[in-house]
Design a protein around this ligand. Structure first.
Ligand code: SF4
Length: 292
């Protein structure tokens, strides 16, 4: 298989075979991310994709699922993406479910009809690293799209019947804008109605512009307790019946389906953590994180 590092596997789909169809990230400018800093974006040459599919056809001919790599494979136009999905179906005839993470802005160059066609070829689920629904925050961390773009593109996914995940990055707005980030994100996420909402807490990694800004006093990170208060505010304002996942330091008991049924319980758990949680331990867990 032809993989370019780093390879990000969705941890919730640990057994999916991976297929590299692009390398790196076209954007590469989010202020909290260094994941693809040293990788130049380029589409994977079709010969290499085909060689990988030949290998997969020998190793796992009955594959029903596959994850496309890397950061935003859907940046490719419909006309470039469609032949790749057709080849996947040719080499792996039992394929039912193709998954990819991608950027909201990658969907702009596709019509609903084109998305429907991709869905028929197996593209059933997309993960959107939205991070915030608050326009001030989106601009502050250089996400490269607005809340209006998020709603518009998610509506297209819904119309095309493609399920999607949305992620909320707890703490990314810093102290001054924390509540707006929480409340406006919950509002936009609720309007988009994703099948899954994932939340993770901001860790300031070496090499990120946001860490430089924090060192210069231009960005004030939240404390662990403030992160939990922001997460609780987001949860309180979120009104879509999604599967809810959190990679926060207090994750285990918060994750599960039927969010609206569990919302009161999640808020109660967070209140308890805010009052009695071991913030030093949470800070240590965060310090030991090595990637997003
Ligand atoms: S967060 Fe995603 S879109 Fe932003 S630079 Fe990193 S990989 Fe690219």
């Amino acid at each position: 298989m032809h993989f370019t590092q780093p390879v990000y596997r969705n941890p919730y789909w640990p057994t999916f075979p991976l297929l590299q169809v692009t390398q790196g990230c076209t954007h590469n400018r989010c202020k909290f991310c260094t994941m693809y800093k040293d990788v130049r974006f380029r589409p994977q040459p079709m010969e290499l994709i085909e060689e990988d599919l030949q290998e997969l056809a020998k190793l796992a001919p009955e594959s029903k699922t596959i994850q496309l790599l890397s950061a935003n494979p859907l940046i490719m136009t419909y006309n470039k993406l469609r032949p790749i999905l057709e080849k996947i179906n040719d080499y792996l005839p039992e394929i039912e479910y193709i998954y990819a993470a991608t950027r909201v802005s990658d969907l702009k160059n596709k019509t609903v009809e084109e998305l429907e066609n991709l869905r028929e070829l197996g593209l059933k689920e997309i993960s959107l690293g939205v991070e915030s629904g608050d326009d001030w925050t989106l601009e502050r961390v250089n996400k490269g799209y607005t809340s209006h773009d998020i709603i518009e593109q998610c509506q297209k996914l819904t119309a095309a019947g493609i399920d999607f995940w949305m992620s909320f990055l707890n703490g990314v707005a810093g102290k001054e804008h924390s509540m707006d980030h929480a409340i406006n994100s919950a509002k936009i996420f609720s309007e988009c109605n994703p099948m899954l909402v994932g939340t993770g807490g901001l860790t300031l990694f070496e090499g990120t512009p946001l860490l430089d800004e924090a060192r210069k006093g231009e960005f004030t990170p939240l404390t662990e307790k403030e992160m939990l208060i922001e997460l609780k505010t987001f949860v309180e304002h979120l009104n879509c019946d999604c599967y809810f996942i959190t990679h926060h330091t207090v994750s285990a008991s918060l994750t599960g389906p039927n969010f609206l049924e569990r919302k009161d319980e999640i808020v109660k758990t967070l209140n308890n953590e805010i009052e009695h949680g071991n913030m030093d331990r949470y800070a240590e867990i965060r310090r030991n994180k090595r990637s997003l």
